[in-house]
Structures are given as C-alpha cells and as structure tokens.
Design a protein around this ligand. Structure first.
Ligand SMILES: [Zn+2]
Length: 653
C-alpha cells in the first residue's frame, strides 16, 4: 500500500495532522468504509483558567474519516478517561454518559465508543482501521497463528471482544502482559488494526507497513486469473419489483432495493458453494447493522424471515434485558440470476450495504483460498446487532418520513412543476426518478436518492429502457407524476396547424397512455399501493379560445386518468388529476410574455398573476404540495378526483 503522507499537505499542530492522517486512511476503501475506523491524538492545552490539561482528541461519532476535519474530533480530559479504565464494570449507557461528561467542549460530537481504548494506549497518536487484509487473515480458522507468523512480535493480538468498555479493558490487559518497546500495533481478531506512534505520521506509516505485510501474505496465495462470469439473462422489472414487495412486506415498510451485476459480483454469485460460504457471517461484526448477519441466497424471502426470527429466539434471552426485534428482512440478496441486491430504507443505505458487501466478497474469496473463511461466532454477531447503543438509537428514532423507502417517477422534472414535484417528493423521503428532454434533469436533485434520465417521453423504446434502469436502481415504483407537457402557441381552430395539434397530442396524451401501460405492472406491486397524479390544466373544466390543441389534449389525458382510476382501483392504485392555472414560474412564461399578457388585460404584472378568486399567486411549489398530499395517506380514500390548483376560478367553481 502506497504511503501518501505529505508534510506540505499535513495540517497544523497535532490535531491538524491527526485529521489529515485520518483522511488518508479514510480515503482508502480497503482500510475503512462508511464511518468505520477511528483515530486520535493526545495533546496538552490550557483550559479557560489557564491551567494545563491533557486532552485526548478522538473521532466523533457520525463523522467519516474520509472527510473529517479538526471539528470532527471530541476533546476529552485524558486523566478522567484513565480513571474510568480502573473501574470493574461500565455499561454502554454509563460509558457514553461518562465520555460526554469528560468533554472539554459541550458542543463537541459524541466521542467514539473506542475512546477508552485510545486513552489506554500510551502513545500520542493512534490510528484504527478495519482493513480488508487484516480481516481476511484474522477470519481464518488459524487466524491467530497466521498473524503471529506474518507480524512476528511486532504486534500484540487481542481476541474478539465487542467494542466499548470491555474491549478497552481487554486491550489494557494484553498491553500490560505482551507489549514491549518494539510493539507497533494491536491486531484485534475479526475486527481490525490499531497502530500508534509519537505523532500521526508515525502511526500512519506503521499502519501501512503492517497492512503491506498482510497484503504480501495474501498475494502469496493469489488466485489464478479469474474466469469470466457465466452470462445470465437479465431479470425483468416485474421480477425485481415482486421481490422488492416481498422484502418490504417482511420489513413491515417499503424498502429500496438496488441491483448490482458487475463482473466481480456475477463471478461470486456463480460460486458452486455460494450458499455455504456466504452464510457464515460478516467480515467483522460491525457490518451486521448494514448487511444483517447473513445474506438471503436465492429468493425465498419468507424463509429468510423465518430463519431470522429463529436466530432472534436463539439469542435474545441470553442478554437478560428486553430486546426489540429488528425487522427480519434481508439487506443483501445473492442469486446466480439476479447478481447482488442490496436493501435499505433509503438509496444511500443500499449504497453503503453494496460497498460493505463488495469488500466482504473479497474477504471471503481470499479467506477460502487461504484455507477457509471463519468469521466471528453467531453470538458475537447477535450481541453487536442488539447492542444497547444500537437499541437506544432505535428508541430515539422518530417516525419515518411519509415516503421513506418509496420510489417516485416524475416526468418533465428539469423545470417548473415537474422539478418542484421531484423536490417535494424527495423532501418527504422518496427516492426520485426524474425524466426530461432537457439534460438539466440530471441535476434536479443531489444525492443517491435521485436518478435523472434524459428521456423523450414520446419515444417508447427510450421509456422502456429508462424505466428498466430505474427499477434496477431502486427496485420498483410507488408513485408516478406525469408532468411533461407542451403548450403550442395559440391559434384559432380556423388556422389550426396539423403538426402542432399532433405534437400536443403526442406529448400530452399519447406519451401518458404509454407511461400508464408500462408502469402499471410496477405500480400494482407497490408495497403500500401505487399512486398516480397527472398534471392537466384549468383548461379542461374551463377551456380558452385559441388553445384547442392544448385544451383537447389535456381533456383527453384527464379522461384517460379517470379510466385508469376505474381499471386500477382493484390493484390498489389511486389515480388523480390536478388542474393548475397561471403557474408563472415555469419555462412557458418569460417576462416579456407575462408583461404583454398583463398589458392585454390592462393590468400590472402583479395584478395579472393574481387574477383569481383568492387573489393569490400560484407557483410550481403550490402545485407540488398538492401533488405530494395527493400521494400521501391524507388522500388514501381518493381516486379519480380532479383538483383545481388555480387560486379559484369563477368559470370552474
Ligand atoms: Zn473498530
């Protein structure tokens, strides 16, 4: 592993250098993944009275080593931590409380649960990772002997103990009995590596040195060039959506399901011994929170859920306190035909599970080559999964967002009403698929929960392939908002332009009919029932002269939606229509057009914008709020409705 330390880039002082060294290991996915690992540095500062105080700056929980800065560290009174290490027992809750009480800054993040272990080590700088190479070697049946062989007497070995007070005490015992002047690391079996030094650079270089030695051992048993994975037929969107529905039923809430079929994954799931090697347990117990103890191999979700309940029954009494069972749905699904599916309450969660399990596949593959992958015991995994601190997080968690775990498709999502709908649905927790002709649709929303696709909704092949990609990304579809539309320049019927008429019909009606046909099988599998909202127009109940093509097309799409409401009610799908009017913050309205139109009516622009019964301005956001509410349970008993969002029109009321 390459040494990336640069004195020119290292920050100022011990804390700056610690943050820099943290980012170096945090930026290396074979060392640290998604919030894993931690680091610290000890320094002497003056407190507000001017008195010198020894401080341990340790990574704050919730901060990621890949991006941490000095503010991500929690400053603790070192003398107090050393006192805590002398008590005979400390529950997790007591430890968390004591750590907070030892802070020098009341606004600092919660210190890492491994803070006492950092405090115990006499060196100024400490780095801790969950490196793949260390996990591979320590997850072997003879892991301890292999570690001894690779590192000689340069490291002390600590048997697996759950993170927290007990681990710190166990490490202190090992340190007292085994450490000597040449000890540069602690190897925690089934867990990871600690290195230390006089400064962060030394701790970092020792880390790399030990990792490099471990990697060299792995390379001695290098695999022959991998055979290409066998080609398999892609699963259909309906197959994936059905599996997502079953997983969501087991979880008791809608879940996002992402599919991964890259070459490495395809090769792993094609292993003849897949069901056996993949169900021994995670590479380190910590991963259980993201991946559960074992993946579902195959597609029997109900069988998996039964086995999970049995696992809970086998272990929960041992703990002597009431435990709240977690949902029994898998987080990783491995299937020779599907590849890997990762499952989570959000798209981000599915990404984290994917990253962790990709490394797990590497660790399993290498471990099997070296003589057999033997992870921590089922008891250890259960104890971490049902750790007091994890249970406390569940107790604290508020109600999930209205659309958590659900997927919404919004057409016309690059601007105006479509973009506002995409944002409002995402703000309520939905993962969103946005379509538009405008390439700006890829930037409508940031983050893992958004997939922007450049799609011409009148191109059937493009619609089919975009929909397929969306299902591969999120697992299915719960909501559709049909917002893409065109308004061709007004003309009286006597001067009707046949092409303009045809385009209006193609975009405003035909494309929605195709969208309905293609999305119906997916909406019928939505865990909480499908919901469709069509953006029509006030022109439907109150047409205007000179807008024949627009009014007729919006009337047709309204009628199409009413038929869908009739046909799909038995599938639990609600279909509603909104009729907006005078929404001026869309691409259709430029300032010039607005000024001209106001002048035509003898009004100021402000008066013109509010020429409705309520004298209110209707914006894209106003429409998006109505659409979002229609998709929510507030309207669970409403289908086939047409809701004006127009400030009130005397021609409609
Ligand atoms: Zn750790």
């Amino acid at each position: 592993m390459r040494n990336r330390w640069s004195d020119a880039d290292a920050g100022d002082g011990p804390l700056g250098q610690c943050a820099y060294g943290s980012r170096l290991i945090g930026g290396e996915p074979t060392l640290v993944l998604h919030g894993g690992g931690n680091t610290s540095v000890k320094a002497e500062i003056a407190d507000v009275t001017g008195a010198p105080v020894e401080v341990l700056y340790v990574k704050g929980s919730g901060h990621d080593l890949a991006s941490i800065g000095p503010e991500g560290f929690a400053p603790l009174r070192l003398a107090r931590l050393r006192e805590l290490l002398t008590v005979t027992a400390l529950s997790d809750a007591q430890m968390v409380n004591e750590l907070r009480c030892a802070l020098l800054d009341a606004s600092a993040p919660d210190p890492s649960v491994e803070a006492l272990l950092h405090a115990m080590l006499p060196h100024r700088a400490v780095q801790h990772s969950h490196a793949d190479a260390i996990l591979t070697l320590t997850n072997l049946a003879d892991g301890e002997a292999v570690i001894r062989d690779v590192f000689g007497d340069d490291v002390a070995i600590v048997p697996y103990v759950m993170p927290g007070f007990d681990l710190a005490v166990r490490c202190a015992e090992v340190w007292r009995d085994r450490a000597h002047a040449g000890t540069i690391g602690l190897v925690l079996l089934n867990h990871g590596l600690f290195t230390f030094g006089d400064d962060t650079r030394e701790a970092y270089e020792r880390h790399l040195d030990l990792i490099t030695r471990a990697e060299r051992r792995l390379a001695e048993h290098n695999a022959p060039a991998p055979a290409p994975a066998p080609a398999r037929a892609r699963p259909t969107s309906a197959e994936l959506a059905l599996l997502r529905r079953e997983i969501s039923e087991a979880a008791g809430r809608p879940m996002i399901v992402a599919r991964h079929a890259d070459e490495d994954t395809a090769r792993f799931v094609a292993r003849a011994d897949l069901a056996e090697v993949a169900t021994r347990g995670p590479a380190t117990p910590d991963h259980v929170i993201r991946t559960k103890r074992v993946p579902l191999v195959g597609r029997d979700v109900a069988g998996y859920a039964d086995r999970y309940r049995e696992y809970f029954e086998r272990h929960h009494r041992r703990r002597g306190t009431e435990l709240k069972p977690l949902d029994p749905a898998p987080r990783i699904v491995l299937d020779p035909d599907l590849g890997m599916l990762t499952v989570g309450g959000s798209a981000k969660d599915t990404d984290v599970a994917r990253d962790i399990y990709r490394h797990t596949m590497d660790v399993i593959t290498a471990g099997e080559r070296l003589g057999g992958y033997r992870p921590a015991s089922e008891e250890h995994i259960f104890d971490l999964e049902y750790w007091d601190l994890e249970q406390a997080k569940l107790r604290r968690a508020g109600a999930p967002q209205a659309f958590a775990g659900e997927v919404a498709l919004v057409t016309g999502a690059a601007s105006g009403i479509g973009r506002a709908c995409a944002r409002a649905l995402a703000a309520a927790g939905a993962s969103v698929v946005g379509w538009d002709l405008d390439a700006g649709v890829t930037r409508t929303l940031p983050g893992a929960g958004y997939l922007g696709q450049v799609v011409d909704v009148t191109d059937r092949a493009a619609v089919e392939s975009a929909l397929r990609a969306a299902v591969e990304r999120f697992g299915g579809l719960d909501m559709v908002v049909a917002s893409a539309g065109v308004f061709k320049a007004g003309a009286p019927i006597s001067a009707l332009d046949a092409d303009a008429w045809r385009t209006s019909m193609a975009v405003n009606v035909d494309s929605v009919a195709v969208l309905f046909r293609e999305t119906h099988p997916l909406l019928a599998l939505a865990p909480r029932g499908g919901r469709v909202v069509v953006i029509a127009s006030r022109n439907v109940p109150a047409p205007g002269p000179g807008a024949a093509a627009y009014s007729a097309s919006k009337a047709a799409v309204t009628q199409l939606s009413r038929v869908a409401a009739l046909e799909w009610a038995a599938d639990g799908i609600r279909v509603n229509v909104v009729h907006p009017d005078a929404v001026f913050d869309t691409g259709l309205w430029t300032e010039e057009v607005l000024a001209k139109r106001a002048a035509d009516y003898g009004m100021t622009v402000e008066e013109y914008k509010r020429r409705n019964l309520l004298r209110t301005e209707v914006s894209s956001t106003t429409v998006a709020q109505a659409v979002t509410r229609l998709c929510s349970d507030d309207f669970a008993a409403t289908t086939g409705a047409q809701i004006p969002v127009d400030g009130g029109s005397e021609r409609v009321v």
